[in-house]
Design a protein around this ligand. Structure first.
Ligand code: FES
Length: 349
């Protein structure tokens, strides 16, 4: 169920001096497994200098294209992002997990106008969502607010301009640059005033059915707050964090002592003892249990498990809803056991 599949890189396209798009060949035998919804991501596993690296990347191609493409921006000091930008060539083989993620747009028969706010590489899932919205109904409108440092570092810029030509009068882009002054663009970053400009001024007559936010935490927080301040219901606001701060919320319980842990994964049971100060996923991996994970930063949702006995507490959770937490779901990469015994099930999620 959590298996990786060896896929061949069909093409490597340079989007900017510091970003590439990798397109994978999906063999016919895997085409059902690798079908996806607009907004989902894949996890890639690869050995670099003897170390196994796993990373999650959003799919930028639209489901209708029958292509699986991800955009990868080089991160200073990063491992996989640098490798992908500098070393991966067409024909290389990478291990890829089937698409997952809940930041999705599902088209229906109704007219759906959508607004999106993306910063930097946060554009990747929005590319897929924008194309899907525009293809779904010829009355659908899509408004994109897209922030970058300058046009040269803007991922998918050409593709966006092409889409704008194709869908004149239905696809609108508000460019924002923080280090370059450009005609018809805003200067600065996406903030409260930008959201108000879109909602109360430029597109005040459009009734948006959904808002998609993708980028760093500070942007997501300020856009969400402003949207809600404008009376937009929480259920209409969808977001995906692209970077996360290292700051941990303070745990309310003191994490002293050891916990007996039982893990159910792919119908197998594993038992071990761990320090309550450690994170569940770290302890699971140390036991060589092949549990699903990707970002290890509470961002991607690959590592979800259900607590069936005992209690675990998350240091950070911006993915699971209150209802899911009440049901016992945890992000194992963010959880510490807080009871002497903890039983978790990766299969029942
Ligand atoms: S591994 Fe990504 S949320 Fe836990």
């Amino acid at each position: 169920m959590h298996d990786y599949h060896a896929l061949k890189v069909a093409a490597v396209d340079h989007l900017t001096p510091n970003a590439v798009a990798l397109t994978f060949d999906i063999p016919e035998s895997l085409s059902n497994m690798f079908s996806f919804k607009a907004g989902q991501y894949i996890s890639i596993k690869h050995k670099i200098n003897g170390e196994e690296i796993r990373r999650a990347y959003s799919i930028s191609s639209a489901p209708s294209s029958k292509k699986l493409t991800v955009g990868i921006k080089k991160v200073a000091g990063g491992t996989f992002s640098v490798y992908a930008n500098e070393q991966i060539n067409a024909g290389d083989i990478l291990d890829v997990m089937v698409p997952e993620g809940r930041f999705v747009f599902s088209p229906n028969d109704l007219v759906q106008h959508v607004a999106a706010f993306a910063a930097g590489s946060g554009i990747t899932p929005i590319m897929s969502i924008a194309q899907t919205v525009l293809e779904a109904n010829e009355e659908n409108q899509f408004v994109l607010v897209y922030g970058n440092q300058n046009p040269e570092e803007t991922m998918y810029r050409k593709e966006l301009l092409r889409l704008q030509d194709k869908y004149t009068n239905r696809f609108f882009i508000q460019w924002i640059f923080s280090r370059s002054t450009e005609i018809d663009s805003l200067f600065g970053r996406i903030e409260s005033s930008t959201v108000n400009l879109i909602l109360k001024n430029k597109f005040k007559d459009v009734n948006f059915s959904g808002y998609y936010l993708c980028g760093p935490e500070a942007m997501i927080n300020s856009v969400t707050e402003t949207l809600q301040g404008n009376g937009i219901a929480k259920e209409k606001i969808h977001y995906e964090l692209f970077t996360s701060t290292d700051a941990e919320d303070t745990l309310v319980e003191v994490l002293d002592g050891m916990a007996q842990v039982e893990v159910l994964l792919d119908d197998e049971t594993f038992r071990f003892t761990m320090d309550k100060k450690a994170l569940v996923l770290d302890a699971v991996l140390k036991e060589n249990i092949d549990a699903p994970y990707s970002c290890q930063g509470g961002v991607c949702s690959s590592c979800i498990a259900r607590v069936v006995e005992g209690k675990a507490e998350m240091v950070k959770n911006q993915i699971l809803t209150d209802g899911e937490v009440a049901e016992g779901l945890i992000l194992t990469c963010q959880s510490h056991p807080i009871t002497p015994n903890l039983k978790i099930d990766y299969d029942d999620v």
